[in-house]
Ligand binder design. Structure first.
Ligand code: FES
Ligand code: FE
Length: 373
């Protein structure tokens, strides 16, 4: 028996309040999303100097832009004068500078305060000191990652090495050349569920036979429920008559050249803590980012990435998009079905994990250690 008096084969989940309590969500924002490296945008969303995107990271709005030297910059989206939100649009492009809509303080793409009405009458104001406050930023796999911590953990150790350790093979992801693929399709899902329900769902395949008819058709071993999405180390093999990772198993698109023979006809899945899932198949990569906005709501942005010539030639990617779009909708429906019951008195002490889900317990331990509960 385990501590909760459960049989060995069962371990308990987190109590229901971990999925509903705003105070627990605040602790997660503070100790996870505002402390770790957070995947904020695709680098190509910031196409040229002046292109920008605003993203909520934990409780902060962050402004991402591209400077004149082509490097990506990240700042708190807060005017240094009286604190107005500087950019109110989700994305766009400015020609010369960012101007605050309140009293017109103006900042360049490097964050420097360049103009303010009557500033000539305030010669002692330090334009650097009152520039936008920068946030640590990195690019990896063609995505922009930011970290709000004052002393960010090493990106190499806390992100890249963590992924490589779980992959077992440092080169497993390299061949997919994720950085140089192009976005063929992006779908944004507004999911009425706590972010942890989405991760837990992604980590197990116990539900695959019940809710994913198309996916189990393409990946028959998923039907037995034991494949952990966490990282399918050996890769889940396509079914015998399956030609490609598409909704009907029909032929896919051009194979990514760096994909090795033994990775061909296989599906790999990786989670990058705290909010990224990546799926690798021979002709495309599916890249999910989660943006937790409340204890009971998470925005999930999903990119389907293909070889540039596939996207540029306008080839039909819809059958490959449709497969995982259906999978996503099936998964998010399941998460939304669980969310209301998290506040049921019956779930006050949580539920249980069966053996094929036991690794989710490690995720729960990790979250609890981060928030100190
Ligand atoms: Fe931005 Fe005054 S608050 S210029
Ligand atoms: Fe699923």
């Amino acid at each position: 028996m385990t501590t909760a008096g459960l049989p060995e084969s069962l371990i308990s989940t987190l109590p229901g309040e971990h999925y509903t309590d705003p105070e627990i969500f605040r602790l997660e924002q503070e100790n996870i999303f505002e402390t770790m490296w957070f995947c904020a945008a695709r680098s190509s969303d910031l196409g040229k100097p002046g292109a920008f995107k605003t993203v909520d990271v934990g409780r902060e709005s962050i402004l991402l832009t591209r400077a004149r030297d082509n490097s990506v910059r990240a700042f708190y989206n807060v005017c240094r004068h009286r604190g107005a939100k500087l950019c109110t649009q989700e994305s766009g492009e400015v020609r010369r500078s960012f101007q605050c809509p309140y009293h017109a303080w103006t900042y360049d793409f490097e964050g420097k305060l360049t103009a303010a009405p009557n500033l000539t009458k305030m010669p002692d104001i330090d334009r650097k000191e009152y520039g936008l406050a920068p946030v640590s930023v990195r690019e990896w796999l063609g995505y922009v990652w930011v970290c709000l911590a004052e002393n960010p953990p090493s990106f190499e150790e806390s992100v890249i090495q963590d992924v490589v350790d779980r992959l077992g093979d440092a080169n497993a992801i390299v061949g997919y050349d994720v950085e140089n693929l192009e976005v063929g399709k992006r779908i944004v899902y507004d999911v009425k569920a706590n972010w942890k329900l989405i991760i837990e769902n992604f980590m197990e395949c116990y539900h695959c036979a019940t809710i994913h008819p198309e996916l189990t058709e393409v990946l028959p071993e998923f039907a037995d429920g034991f494949a952990a999405q966490y990282y399918v180390g050996h890769g889940a093999e396509f079914g015998g008559d399956v030609e490609g990772f598409t909704v009907d198993g029909s032929e896919g698109l051009d194979r990514i050249p760096g994909v090795s023979e033994d990775q061909d006809r296989r599906y790999y899945a990786i989670t990058v803590r705290p909010q990224v899932f990546i799926n690798l198949v021979p002709d495309h990569v599916i890249f999910h980012r989660m943006y937790p906005v409340a204890a009971d709501r998470t925005i999930v942005e999903c990119d389907w990435l293909y070889l540039p010539h596939v996207v540029e030639s306008g080839k039909d990617v819809s059958r490959s998009v449709e497969l995982f779009d259906r999978v996503n909708r099936q998964d998010f429906d399941a998460c939304e079905r669980c969310q209301p019951a998290m506040s049921s008195r019956l779930y006050a002490k949580g539920g249980v994990l069966v053996p094929s889900e036991h690794h989710i317990g490690e995720f729960h331990d990790w979250v609890q250690s981060r928030i100190g509960r």
